[in-house]
Ligand binder design. Sequence first.
Ligand code: CP
Ligand code: NVA
Length: 297
Amino acid sequence: MNLTKITDLSATDINEIFSIADAIKAGRQKSKMDKKVLALLFEKPSTRTRVSFEAAMARLGGSSIYIDKNTSQLSRGETIGDTAMVLSQYVDFIAARMYKQQDLENLASASTVPVINALTDMEHPCQAISDIYTMREKSGTLKGKKLAFVGDIAANTANSLLAGCTAMGIDITLVGPKECRPNAKYLSIARKNGTVEVIADMHHGIEKADFIYTDTFVSMGQESEAEKRRAEFKNFQLNTRALLYAKKTAFIMHCLPAHRGEEITSEVLDGKMSIVTLQARNKMIVEGAILIYLSSK
Ligand code: CP
Ligand code: NVA
């Protein structure tokens, strides 16, 4: 079984991953990664996803090998298919961070071991699963909770959260400028699952939210459009003034890395409502659970 996109998992699968994550957190998880090896094939930079996967593997008794695409034979034209065939001879899982979703799908098609999406331009499923786990940890239940995603509502993180949150019973409000439209495919999946609103007004967008989430305005690969994007999203910064409209009990979330002073101010990111440290910690726990879950399939 692969995890190339969030819809590869049903709500039942995600709940099973959460049970494994609970066991890991409580130190009572028996199924370990003894001698299993994870390859991390990365085309884009990473701090959290790379280190949390490596740390999860090490803590569960397995090991991992980081492969920077630029120092592999992929950079000299070896095909993704040939790379997948070869890596499948050596390792038990491949987690890949790539630009194009199709490249990741091609890797998964040619691999005989599970392939995990560690972020593409289209999706960030491990982040979404881990963040939903964090929401569950903070609020006990998920059904009927409300998440407002503010800023780049067409980003990979927004896509995976749209499909993942609604599958788990969380209502989503996408809050972004009129020029930025959510991905039609993910919007349609989410609308079939549950309740989604798309709002261009910050006040109405966040006022009912239990969780207020943001991500960078300029994702990896969009650097040439940085100036235009920062101007487009400038009214969607999470700052103290914007949060005057939020519930006092709302939690602030960010997948990180944060661009302080752009999509979020330091005051909010480091403030009392922020749960970004727990989010970062839970990535390691939930990714370990994903590895155990996939190895059982
Ligand atoms: N949140 C996240 O995926 O961070 P990295 O880019 O550091 O892996
Ligand atoms: N949307 C961001 C997420 C980083 C974890 C990006 O793709 O750069």
